[in-house]
Write a protein that binds this ligand. Structure first.
Ligand code: NAD
Ligand code: UD1
Length: 376
């Protein structure tokens, strides 16, 4: 890995060197230039939890990728393991999506046919205390990215949206044509605003495609146990919390309320295996190649599991106890949230294949093989 003007570069495959580099001073380029120029997919936030799993699936499918990340919530080790698992190298740039010049250099150096845009901040609680950071990073960053994409003539984007855009008022199963925007926190609002911006961009220029992927609750890890979710500090989300209790890092799980109107009183969610989610991105990119305009798709299984269901499934899949107590409700939570995933099946030809047992088993394999996450 070499550092050049604040950009970390891994691997080869560039169309031409980034500014400041010539084929003379960067021998990898001489090889790269001799290769036939191939179109790549730019993955923003590709070092993160969902991005790293998607990179593997893209590489396995024979796609060329270029990855950028600013390491805000990720470690270089994740991509090192992606390369190891895929058995392939690819260019990586340490670059912030708000850095217009940095992005220009990446687009100048590669033929990018589409962007999968994961980069963003995602902690709901933090977004309440730091709203400007969330609007700047998520909304501002996406605007900058789209501006540079348009300049480079790359007008296909697959965006990481969230079921959170459906807000508090829609009944499950949630469908793509239900109203969005009644969100309760700045994080969710950034997802809603970005969806609206991307729709406007598609109206302004019919050459654009924006595939808005509304994720439900991604959990699980790559079946190798080599990559997975590596949260900073005490996790907010259920599965990383369960895993850390199971391994003894945390004493017990507090279940946030058992008086909801659900089958056992605990909150019901649509958990989806992260590798199924990653596969959804491959289908979304294929769709973007042959369609224009903005289109939203739910990526979920269509099945809801309660907190207690998930705890029991984890215990039985892995043979480990998960001590838990019932605590008060968490502010902002809803009782039930699950998808109607039929549009993604009908239009994209995508359907989640893995069940809750796979999700629990793979989460535990990652946690138990990497008790300190990527910090080993
Ligand atoms: P993550 O934090 O693991 O990955 C996001 C990556 O983006 C990180 O590697 C981070 O370092 C990088 N990043 C953040 N800001 C950046 C910037 N300005 N420039 C460059 N890189 C930047 O999160 P994840 O769980 O993999 O989520 C990926 C995307 O999916 C996010 O946009 C998130 O909001 C969205 N999403 C996640 C979930 C979930 O439960 N994990 C659910 C719905 C939507
Ligand atoms: C959270 C985010 C949402 C985001 C989604 C992505 C909040 C309020 N919402 O939703 O914006 O899109 O993740 O996956 O953070 N639970 C416990 N104990 C815990 C943790 C969670 O009982 O320690 C319960 C929650 O009350 C909920 C369920 O587990 O019923 C799932 O929680 P979580 O993993 O945080 O996801 P969401 O609340 O669906």
């Amino acid at each position: 890995m070499t550092e050049i003007f604040g950009i970390m570069i891994v691997g080869s495959g560039r169309k031409r060197p980034p500014a400041g580099l010539t084929t003379e001073n960067h021998p990898t380029h001489m090889l790269a230039l001799k290769e036939e120029s191939r179109m790549s997919i730019l993955v923003t936030g590709g070092c993160g939890y969902i991005g790293s799993h998607t990179c593997i699936e893209l590489l396995k499918a024979g796609r060329d990728i270029v990855v950028i990340d600013n390491y805000y919530n990720a470690k270089p080790e994740a991509l090192r393991r992606v390369k190891e698992l895929a058995g392939k190298d690819f260019p990586f740039y340490e670059c912030d999506i708000r850095d217009e010049e940095g992005l220009r250099r990446v687009f100048a150096a590669h033929d990018i046919e589409a962007v999968i845009h994961f980069a963003g901040l995602k902690a709901v609680g933090e977004s309440v205390s730091k709203p400007l950071e969330y609007y700047d990073n998520n909304v501002g960053g996406t605007v900058t990215l789209c501006r540079v994409m348009a300049e480079a003539g790359c007008k296909r984007i697959v965006f990481s949206s969230s079921a959170t855009v459906y807000g508090m008022n829609n009944p499950s199963p949630l469908k793509e044509d239900m109203p969005t925007g009644a969100v309760t926190n700045p994080y969710g609002r950034t997802k809603y605003i970005i969806e609206e911006i991307l729709k406007d961009v598609c109206v302004s220029d019919p050459a654009w495609t924006a595939v808005l992927l509304r994720y439900f609750n991604p959990i699980g890890a790559h079946e190798s146990g080599r990559i997975g979710e590596d949260p900073n500090g005490i996790p907010n989300n259920l599965m990383p919390y369960i895993s850390q209790v199971a391994i003894g890092k945390l004493p017990q799980l507090a279940i946030h309320g058992d008086d909801y109107d659900t089958h056992d009183g605990t909150g019901v969610r649509d958990y989806i295996h992260v590798v199924d989610l990653a596969d959804g991105h491959l289908k979304a990119v294929d769709y973007a190649m042959t369609h224009t305009g903005a289109e939203a798709f739910n990526l979920g299984t269509g099945r809801g599991y309660s907190v207690l269901d998930l705890v029991k499934a984890f215990e039985s899949a892995n043979g480990v106890p998960v001590p838990h107590v019932i605590g008060p409700r968490r502010a902002g939570d809803i009782a039930t949230c699950y998808s109607d995933p039929s549009k993604a099946e009908r239009v994209l030809g995508w359907k989640a294949k893995r069940g809750v047992e796979d999700m629990c088993r793979d989460s535990w394999r990652w946690q138990s093989q990497n008790p300190k996450g990527y910090d080993e």
